[in-house]
Structure formats: C-alpha cells, structure tokens
Ligand binder design. Sequence first.
Ligand code: NAD
Length: 347
Amino acid sequence: MMTPSHHAYVPFVSVDKMMKLVLTLGIERVLLDLVAEIEADFRRWPEFDKTARVASHSDVGVIELMPTSDGETYGFKYVNGHPSNMKNGLQTVTAFGLLADVATGYPVLLSEMTILTALRTAATSAMAAKWLAPAGATTMALIGNGAQAEFQALAFKAVCGITEVRLYDIDPAATAKCVENLAGRGLRTVACTTPEQAILGAQIITTVTADKQYATILTDNMVGAGVHINAVGGDCPGKTELHRDILLRSGIFVEYPPQSRIEGEIQQLPADHPVTELWQVIAGTATGRTDARQITLFDSVGFAIEDFSALRYVKSKLAETGLFDNLDMIADPNDPRDLFGMLLRAA
Ligand code: NAD
C-alpha cells in the first residue's frame, strides 16, 4: 500500500528570505545578474506568449495580473499600484509571483515580489539606458525619491557607470531618506530643492514619482538635446509624468506596445505614433540612439517577461543559498483520483 501523502511542496521565498538572498548575493551583483537575465529573455522575445496585463482599476489605484510563458515555464505576477497608500503608511506597490511547469501545470516557485519588482524595474531601466543613453554618461537626475529610488540609483551605477545622482522629491524627507540609504555606496548624491536644479548637468533623467493623474514632472524646456529619459512612474491610464511636447521631440522606446499604448507616456499620443520596441534594439533588429543630439525616452511601464526573468533568477539561486521554505500549497494525493479519500484521512 502506498504511504498516504498529499505533499507536492512548492518552494516559497518569503520577504525575509528575499532580503537575505539579495544581501547574501550583493545588491549590485543581483542588479547586474538581472540585467543579464532580462536581456537574454528580451533576445528571445518572439518565443514568449505575450499579453497586455489584466488591470482592475479603481478610483485610488490598480490591481494587475501579469502573465507570460516561454512554452516550458509559465509565470505571473500579482501587483498593485496605489499612489495614496503611502500617506496611510502602506506601500504604493506590492507584489508576489509564481512560476509553474508548463508540462504538468504544477507551481515550481511562489515568491514575494515587492522587493523583486523594485530590483527588476531598476535592472530594466538600466538595461534600456545601457543601449540608449549617451556614451560616457556620469550624472543622473532622480526625480521621485520613494520606494523604487535607491534601486534605480544603484542599477545605474552598476550597469551604466553613473557616479553622481541628483535627487529631487516634493517631499524633502524622501530625498533625505534616499541620501542616507545611498551613503557609502560609491555614489555622489546631491539633494536638490527643485526639479530644475536636479537636472543640471544630468545626461540621464529618471522620473519615478507616484500620482494618479496626468502630472508634468518634466516640462519641455527642461529637456536638452542628447539626454536620455527613463520615465518609470507613468504606468497607468490617466497617470503620466512628461509633457506631451517632450514625447514629440524624442525617440521613444517601449516594452510591449499593446500595453504601453494604454499605460505609458505614449497614451498622450495618437495610436500610430512611431515607437521602437526595446527588445528589437537588444536583438539587433532595430536602431537605438541615432546620434549624440537625439533625446531618447524609455517609456517604462513594466512587462511580464521582466518578472518571469526575475523569478527564474531567484529560482536558480535557491539550491545554492537554501533561502526558501517548502509550502504545502498543492493537494497531491498518491492516488490522483482519490482526492476525497485524502481529505477523509486528514481527520
Ligand atoms: P512611492 O510612493 O514610494 O514614491 C513616490 C515618490 O514620488 C514619493 O516620495 C512622492 O513624494 C514623490 N512625488 C510625487 N509627486 C511628485 C512630484 N510632482 N515631483 C517629485 N516627486 C513627487 O512609489 P514607488 O514605489 O517609488 O513608485 C513610484 C512610481 O513608479 C509609481 O507610480 C509606480 O507605479 C511606478 N512603478 C513603475 C514600475 C515600472 O515597471 N515602470 C515599477 C514599479 C513602480
């Protein structure tokens, strides 16, 4: 007789284990590794099953599911975006995600993704800048100094060689937090009191603010020739950060156009306005920056493949680090048809 069992344990990476994993491996190493993983998956973009994320909007925020599959592994992320949460002591963005084996449908990883989203978003931003920013960029303006900010700063240091970050936030306490967190990490930080001061001498401008409205973090006259803009905060219908005129002067690069047309800065433009898919630049089938005076814009909204890459990366580190728990999440009787008998035996 078979031993009664209902266990098909799923490796689970809690917030605590994720923090230990990132600190054990080193934050900048994780960011560099994630760039390599995301880049490799962007190169094989056509192999993925792609869909614009499924978004459920409310007056105060959005809850989204972000699925994709490469035919062998399926993944999805649950993520929210609630700009007003912060005032109530809650995160603007929280997330968790899952990988599953396409052959059986069984989950193979469940993980926290609030921290992992900040890491993968920063890695994707820095990856885009690696391909698009002007050569020799050393200074980045970082407008919006909330939860994502330090991750962005460190990714641009590790991946693009940025040495100075010029910080601005409408809330000086956020900037002060950022300066403190980045101290001793090899970056010169300059706390600025206006966005104009922040962009002085910056070859890269990152906007990562949270506000559920058409905001104008950058006006047209603030953006000079040759700059690379990394626009991260505008990622929902009705939520943008850049004045429309900037878009009209820029070479625009996006993740997945059907999603970016709805959620990105380009929601301000006609649906046929030309944009370049970032994966094609990486795969060598589209041109990136055309010349030193071109303004390049990465209109980031976050795409499911980035989460898939990040989850696979985490999974690849579990055996080496042991930083996971076994989760009893899948009912799996020895006799697959005896689910009811398994239930009765638990009495
Ligand atoms: P957060 O709430 O922790 O921080 C946002 C910061 O922006 C706050 O410190 C706030 O004071 C500041 N801010 C608001 N309006 C501003 C303005 N006009 N000028 C300067 N600063 C301003 O949020 P977060 O987790 O850091 O996320 C920031 C944004 O990035 C959110 O909109 C989020 O949805 C978006 N996001 C995008 C991606 C992506 O892949 N593109 C991924 C994660 C988060």
